[in-house]
Design a protein around this ligand. Structure first.
Ligand code: ADP
Ligand code: MG
Ligand code: MG
Length: 252
């Protein structure tokens, strides 16, 4: 069962410190949610964990099963089993969805263990059906002209096929209608098991009605300032974030 540890993580964006010492541990079988006001550094956390070049880690450690994640290149992190669904997935012209997915799967599986074309197509078709995706998406360029909801489903398709150890979903619910949200959540729930841990980043509690978290963390000003169970998300939905600020004496 995997163990993912973030210890005292600090990160800068364009010279400004956004993450200010963040601690979190995720084990296989656990679903953690991070909630927080806009601009608090949630997406910065996701980007820093995936090794986005704009996000400069200045302090702290991140490990996956004891391996130093911060020392790995972006593709090595993916190979090690980290998966990140971005708040704003990028478009890649000239690469079809199928080509992209097949090379991502093969990178994850490693040399000498590549998936056969037949098996890949069979798996991809089965998962696309589960996600109620139009089969033509396979041959479209990655994310190009996809609607918000289509991009999100496509991210979940990648997750289903890559079978990562640690899944980070950044506002996977934004721009989704209720039907798409339910399909995406079912995709995630089908992947929940002891061999996989989840970090669900969300601004709204709504998503957590569909993906029930074990732990809820409140992030403010670049840190996790409060942790609890699902009841914490419900209170945030009902009362907003001000009571947390008052309780902790946070001034913004
Ligand atoms: P959240 O996801 O919690 O809404 P973000 O991580 O997106 O917050 O942003 C946190 C802060 O970092 C904001 O002040 C934002 O303007 C800044 N920031 C994040 N990414 C960038 C970027 N690529 N370039 C400049 N500033 C950024
Ligand atoms: Mg935001
Ligand atoms: Mg964000």
């Amino acid at each position: 069962s995997p163990k993912f540890t973030i210890d005292g993580l600090k990160a800068n964006v364009e010279g400004k410190e956004i993450l200010k010492g963040l601690n979190l541990e995720i084990k296989g079988g656990e679903v953690h949610a991070i909630m927080g006001p806009n601009g608090t550094g949630k997406s910065t956390l996701a980007s820093a964990l995936m090794g986005h070049p704009k996000y400069e880690v200045t302090e702290g450690a991140v490990t996956l099963d004891g391996e130093d994640v911060l020392d790995m290149a972006v593709d090595e992190r993916a190979r090690a089993g980290l998966f990140l669904a971005m708040q704003y997935p990028s478009e890649i012209t000239g690469v079809t969805n199928a080509d992209f997915l097949r090379s991502a799967i093969n990178a994850r599986r490693g040399e000498g263990n590549e998936i056969s074309l037949i098996k890949f197509i069979r798996q991809m078709e089965a998962k696309m059906k589960e996600l109620e995706m139009n089969p033509e998406f396979m041959h479209r360029y990655l994310n190009e002209g996809f609607s918000g909801g289509e991009k999100k489903r496509n991210e979940i398709l990648q997750m289903l096929l890559l079978e990562p150890k640690i899944v980070i979903l950044d506002e996977i619910d934004s721009g989704l209608d209720i039907d798409a949200l339910r399909i995406v959540a079912e995709g995630v729930n089908a992947m929940r098991n002891e061999d996989r841990g989840f970090l669900i980043i969300t601004h709204y509690q709504r998503l957590l009605n569909y993906i029930k978290p074990d732990f809820v963390h409140v992030m403010m000003q670049g840190r996790i300032v409060k942790s609890g169970g699902p009841e914490l998300a419900e209170r945030l939905e009902a009362e907003g974030y001000d009571w947390v600020k008052e309780e902790l004496g946070i001034v913004d």
